[in-house]
Write a protein that binds this ligand. Structure first.
Ligand code: FE2
Length: 408
C-alpha cells in the first residue's frame, strides 16, 4: 500500500467497468478532488468507517466475453441481462452482465490489442478484475480508505442516464485486482448507464444460486499478513479465523489462510498463501499460472445444494472428486444431517460441522484454461465456518488434479 500522492488520471479509469474512453450516449462527470483538502467525514454506520451493503458485482476480464457469457448461462444458470459494446457506442470493449439471485457477473473483453483489458488477459488469462462492493456513499468510502493508505485506481465519478445516476470509485487490492465502491442511489436501469437490456435464447433456468458467500484471494509467500492488515486497517475488516499449515496440509503440500470480514459479515475474504511442503502447493500452482496474486475461488450460496449440484452436473459443470472412502465415517464425523446421504454421496458433496451447525459444499474444477479460478457451491445450515474438516480431502483432490497437469 502506498500513501496517495496524487489523484488518479483518466488513464487509470481503464480499470473500471465504465466506458470513459468511448463516445457514449450517457453523461459522466469525473469528480477530481484535491487530496490535501479532501474532506474525510466522520460518518460511521454502527461504528464502521466503511459500511458495506454487499457485493455489487464481480467483473472478469476475459478473452471472449460472448463465449464466456454463453458458458455461465448454460452451465451455471446465470441469465444474461445487459450488454455494452460497439452497438451502444462503446468502441474498445464489450461487456455482458449476467444475474442469478443477488449475484451479478460482468464479463468484459477487449476489442483491440492495446487496452488494459487485453494486457490483463494476456498476462493472467481469464480472471477476476473487480470485486465491486455496494456502498451508501462511494465518495466517503473512497476517502475513508485512501486516507488510511489505500492506493487509488480512480477517484469518485458519477455517471448518469435517464434511469438515474451511479457514483463509483475504486482502490487497489492484491495483485491487479481492484475494489470498486458502487453507490446506486435509486438507479432503475438494467445495470449501469451505458448498458442496454439483453437476453439470449440460451437461458434454461437458474440453478438455485443466491448470493456470494465469500471470495478467496491467493497471495505470494509472506504476503498474507500484509493483505490481512490492509483489510483490517484500510477497510475496517475484522480477522475472523486463522488456519495454519497444520490445519491445511496433506502428505505433500500446505497452505495458510486467514479470513477477514466486514462488520455486518456480508463480505468475507479468505486470503491464502503457500506454506512449505514436500511438493508444490495448489497456491503456488495458481500463482505460477495466474502470474501473481488474484482471486482463487468464488463461493456462491444455495438453499438447496442437492438441486443446485444436480443441475450443474447435468449442465456440464466439472467438480473435484473426493473418493468414496470420504463417506465411510461421515455420520460419525458430522452427526445427523437433513439431506439424504445417498444423494450427498452420489453428487460427491462434502459436509462439515462446527459449533453452530453444519454446511455442505463442493468445488468445481478450474473454469479457465489455466488452473486458476474455480467456484465453490455452499449451503449453510447454521455453520458459519469454511469446512475445515474437509480441507484434507479437498486438498488431496486438488493434488490429484495438479499431478495430472504435471504441476505437483
Ligand atoms: Fe471457500
Amino acid at each position: 500500500m502506498v500513501p496517495p500522492t496524487s489523484i488518479c488520471n483518466e488513464d487509470m479509469i481503464h480499470f473500471s467497468s465504465m466506458n470513459v474512453d468511448d463516445s457514449i450516449s450517457f453523461q459522466y462527470k469525473q469528480i477530481y478532488i484535491d487530496m490535501i483538502s479532501a474532506p474525510v467525514s466522520n460518518k460511521t454506520h454502527l461504528g464502521e468507517f466503511l459500511p458495506l451493503m454487499g457485493t455489487d458485482h464481480i467483473e472478469f476480464y476475459v478473452g471472449n466475453a460472448k463465449q464466456a457469457a454463453f458458458f455461465y448461462e448454460k452451465t451455471f444458470g446465470f441469465k444474461i441481462i445487459a450488454y455494452a459494446g460497439p452497438e451502444t457506442g462503446q468502441r474498445s470493449k464489450v461487456s455482458y452482465v449476467l444475474e442469478q439471485g443477488k449475484i451479478r457477473l460482468v464479463l468484459t473483453a477487449s476489442l483491440n490489442p492495446n487496452t488494459e483489458i487485453a494486457r490483463h488477459v494476456h498476462k493472467h488469462g481469464d480472471g477476476v478484475k473487480v470485486l465491486a462492493l455496494t456502498v451508501e456513499d462511494a465518495k466517503d468510502a473512497y476517502f475513508q480508505t485512501i486516507s488510511r493508505g489505500a492506493e487509488s485506481v480512480f477517484a469518485p465519478m458519477t455517471i448518469s442516464d435517464e434511469y438515474g445516476d451511479i457514483t463509483m470509485a475504486a482502490i487497489q487490492t492484491y495483485g491487479e485486482t481492484i475494489h470498486t465502491f458502487v453507490e446506486r442511489h435509486d438507479y432503475t436501469g438494467v445495470f449501469m448507464p451505458g448498458y442496454v437490456p439483453r437476453t439470449s435464447g440460451a437461458f434454461e433456468g437458474d440453478a438455485g444460486l443466491l448470493y456470494i458467500d465469500h471470495c478467496v484471494g491467493n497471495v505470494g509467500l509472506g504476503e498474507m499478513d500484509d493483505w490481512v492488515n490492509f483489510y483490517r486497517e484500510v477497510m475496517g475488516f475484522k480477522l475472523l479465523v486463522t488456519f495454519d499449515d497444520k490445519d491445511i496440509s496433506t502428505e505433500y503440500t500446505a497452505l495458510m489462510s486467514k479470513v477477514v470480514s466486514n462488520g455486518n459479515g456480508y463480505i468475507k475474504f479468505p486470503i491464502n498463501e503457500p506454506a512449505d511442503g514436500l511438493k508444490k502447493s495448489q497456491i503456488e500452482e495458481y500463482l505460477d499460472f495466474y502470474r501473481g496474486a488474484g482471486v482463487q475461488h468464488i463461493a456462491v450460496a444455495t438453499n438447496d445444494i442437492i438441486f443446485t449440484v444436480s443441475e450443474l452436473r447435468k449442465r456440464g459443470v466439472e467438480f473435484l472428486h473426493v473418493p468414496e472412502t470420504y463417506y465411510d465415517d461421515l455420520v460419525e464425523r458430522v452427526g445427523d444431517i437433513r439431506e439424504d446421504l445417498d444423494q450427498i454421496k452420489a453428487l460427491n458433496i462434502l459436509v462439515d460441522r462446527d459449533e453452530e451447525g453444519y454446511l455442505l459444499q463442493i468445488f468445481t474444477k478450474p473454469v479457465e484454461d489455466r488452473p486458476t479460478l474455480f467456484f465453490e457451491i455452499i449451503q449453510r445450515r447454521g455453520a458459519q465456518s469454511f469446512g475445515k474438516g474437509n480441507f484434507k480431502a479437498l486438498f488431496e483432490a486438488l493434488e490429484r488434479e495438479q499431478e495430472l497437469r504435471g504441476n505437483l
